[in-house]
Design a protein around this ligand. Structure first.
Ligand SMILES: [Zn+2]
Length: 392
């Protein structure tokens, strides 16, 4: 591996709207805005970390700045040419008209004043002066206030692009002046496919299950997924073969099939077998909290599957779910979380042996029916010749 290793999230950072994964609807909307030349003066992208907010902001800046070559300067701005001075400058992070601020470190009114002042000057290279403000919710109240007027009526050559992980902390007065887009977490299947593809491009063979674990672990964040892949590739550099065992070692997770089997054993009240398998999974490198979370997710999947299939036998699963929630706090505060995990498995397996409400109701209904039948029988015996209709 070269001494100048570039992390994957940087190496494969998308440069065009078409390269964004999992954000197709938003990409299409922005494409239309650009191609129809109806571009608002302020955008706001929000969503969890690592889903592409800043990347989208930079792509948008690239689209808006591209001057094209020759006659095509005013068309197809949603597909920047990649070769004009503007495109090249943006790719080098050195475009003088594109200014990026991190509101987490520059929160004050003076920082915003600096932005407002520079909006007065015409762009030097491209068509617009573009201000990207990352984590915009971190701006102080006075900073937001001083930004408002400019945001309301910015000079025609100015575009603001904001990104935030906490939309609820952005004042309504700012939101109402922006075109707002939510970037969704990337679906696990799509992210797993992406990981598979990147690993292959890097010359690695990765098991499908391994890619799936990476995608699940990253919770829909592309950056987190690529960061995990960075670490795994370091470990597997010699044989270029990434197995699910390697992934489990790196991220301290359990195999999905093991999790499903433990849950199956719990539901069958096979306490001893469930505990033995859980202990084996922990010895193999899975963090107790990760196994606990995996079991909880598996139970959640089981509940939602039954709801979708309109299978009414939910009471035991819902009761187990309640136990899971109660034990979560204990797990967080425990000195030995593995003890809480094993104890929880024992409680769950024991509880799963209780008769569920639905079967009790069926039994009660059956008992009531029997009682009613016997009463009718008694009446019929007492009044020979009567039939059921008359008795009623
Ligand atoms: Zn260009």
């Amino acid at each position: 591996m070269s001494n100048h290793y570039v992390v994957l999230s940087r190496k494969y950072r998308p440069k065009n709207l078409n390269d964004l994964i999992g954000q197709e609807v938003m990409a299409q909307f922005i494409r239309t805005c650009l191609d129809e030349n109806k571009v608002p003066h302020a955008f706001l992208f929000h969503g969890i970390r690592g889903v592409g907010k800043t990347t989208t902001a930079r792509i948008l800046a690239r689209c808006l700045s591209c001057t094209g070559t020759g006659d095509d300067s005013s068309i197809h701005r949603s597909s920047p040419c990649g070769i004009c001075r503007s495109c090249l400058a943006i790719d080098r992070d050195s475009h003088m008209d594109v200014m990026e601020f991190d509101a987490a470190s520059r929160t004050g009114v003076d920082d915003v004043r600096e932005i407002i002042e520079s909006t007065q000057y015409a762009p030097a290279l491209g068509k617009f002066k573009i201000f990207i403000i990352d984590e915009v919710h971190m701006l102080s109240k006075s900073a937001f206030n001083s930004l408002l007027k400019t945001l309301e009526e910015p000079p025609l050559h100015v575009k603001f692009i904001f990104a935030t992980t906490e939309l609820n902390k952005v004042p309504e007065t700012v939101l109402s002046r922006c075109m707002t887009f939510q970037l969704n977490p990337i679906p696990t299947v799509k992210l797993a496919g992406y990981i598979l593809n990147i690993a292959n491009k890097e010359g690695f063979v990765i098991e499908e299950e391994a890619a799936d674990i990476v995608a699940t672990e990253s919770g829909g964040s592309v950056r987190d997924a690529l960061s995990i892949l960075d670490q795994i590739m370091m470990l597997s550099y010699r044989d270029k073969n990434i197995t699910s065992d390697t992934v489990i070692k790196v991220i301290g997770r359990a195999r999905r099939c093991d999790i499903e089997e433990i849950l199956e054993l719990i539901l069958a009240s096979k306490t001893s077998e469930a505990v033995q398998l859980a202990e084996r999974v922990i010895v193999n490198g899975c963090a107790p909290f990760a196994l606990y979370g995996g079991l909880q997710s598996a139970l959640y999947r089981r509940i939602t599957e039954r709801v979708k299939k309109k299978d009414g036998k939910l009471s035991t699963l819902l009761y187990l779910w309640q136990i899971f929630l109660k034990q979560t706090e204990n797990m967080k505060s425990a000195e030995h979380p593995e003890h809480v995990l094993i104890a929880a498995i024992i409680i769950l397996a024991y509880t799963a042996s209780f008769p569920n409400i639905e079967s009790m109701m069926i039994k009660n209904t059956q008992a009531n029916q029997n009682k009613s039948d016997s009463l009718i029988q008694k009446i019929l015996t007492k009044f020979p010749g009567s039939d059921v209709t008359e008795v009623e």
